[in-house]
Design a protein around this ligand. Structure first.
Ligand code: SF4
Length: 131
């Protein structure tokens, strides 16, 4: 996650640095460092920020299931943790999904993939726009 994306999401949540630090269970100093680019934004913080934005903006109401958007074949869908945990609209939140038949070893690897995926585009749009 880029510092600008973090700041944009915090803005959409209408939270101060102090308020978002409490939500994320970290220090104000850490938040300031993330937004200044002095510290890399850790995977767990990136995941939480996207999740908070997804929930707060009620994006699940507008979002189709991952398997509908990606036309995921039933045989793969039935093996995928997104199905097991009923996370068709939050597939990006968990690791181990079988998108395109590939299991990503790390959150970082997975996010490279998700950031190119149509399922994740609405959230990226939220993170990339300042309005
Ligand atoms: S690549 Fe990511 S966003 Fe796309 S379907 Fe897979 S888990 Fe979901």
């Amino acid at each position: 996650m880029e510092p600008r994306e973090f700041t944009n999401i915090r803005g959409k949540l209408n939270k101060t640095q102090k308020e978002i630090s409490q939500l994320l269970g970290t220090s104000i100093k850490a938040i300031h460092s993330y937004e200044q680019g002095w510290r890399t934004i850790p995977a767990h913080v990136e995941r939480q920020m996207f999740y908070l934005a997804f929930q707060r903006l009620e994006m699940s109401k507008k979002q189709k299931s991952c398997w509908q958007i990606t036309r995921c074949p039933r045989s793969r869908r039935d093996q995928c943790p997104a199905r097991e945990f009923k996370m068709y609209k939050l597939c990006w939140f968990i690791c181990g999904t079988l998108c395109q038949g590939i299991v990503h070893r790390t959150w970082k690897e997975k996010m490279v993939f998700c950031r190119k995926c149509p399922v994740f585009q609405p959230l990226l749009k939220v993170a990339s726009s300042h309005e």
